[in-house]
Design a binder for this molecule. Structure first.
Ligand SMILES: [Zn+2]
Length: 147
């Protein structure tokens, strides 16, 4: 996961508290940051999800603080690996990330099976929502830093 900053330096994976309109706080948003010039941007493949979450928060209207990693399972897996990101080269990190996503998918599928046995449709739906970003990422094989 490498991308060059506009100043020419490599940008690194990080997580940051992002505040919108002085009111809505979304913590642990995956970003790419440049140590050289302090520029940062939301990791491109999460931009749409961050915007979705923001519009949901705006609809609810209350000033709240949420963790993006609790709303997006792929971000959560990535957060768990963030200390490895700087140590590994991009292709090794990519392999690790895919492995971790597959492990999380298997875990969620187990839980889904339990929910199904109980006939708990609300729980099943919740797990399906959590699975979606993971399976999309694994199937598409897209780069996180691509738009
Ligand atoms: Zn820079």
């Amino acid at each position: 996961m490498r991308k060059l900053c506009r100043c020419g330096q490599n940008m690194n994976l990080g997580f940051r508290l992002v505040i919108f309109e002085n009111k809505f706080q979304v913590d642990r948003v995956p970003i790419l940051e440049c140590e050289e010039c302090n520029y940062y941007e939301v990791l491109p493949s999460f931009k749409a999800d961050v915007i979705d979450l923001l519009s949901q928060l705006k609809e609810q209207g209350e000033s709240v603080r949420v963790y993006f990693t609790e709303m997006n399972e792929l971000a959560d897996v990535l957060y768990g690996l963030s200390s490895q990101a700087a140590k590994l080269d991009p292709s090794a990190f990519r392999v690790l990330l895919e492995q971790s996503c597959n492990e999380r998918i298997n875990l969620l599928l187990d839980i889904y099976g339990c929910a199904q046995k109980l006939g708990d449709t609300a729980w099943m739906n919740e797990i399906a929502v959590r699975l979606a970003p993971l399976s999309k990422f694994v199937k598409k094989g897209q780069s996180l830093s691509a738009k």
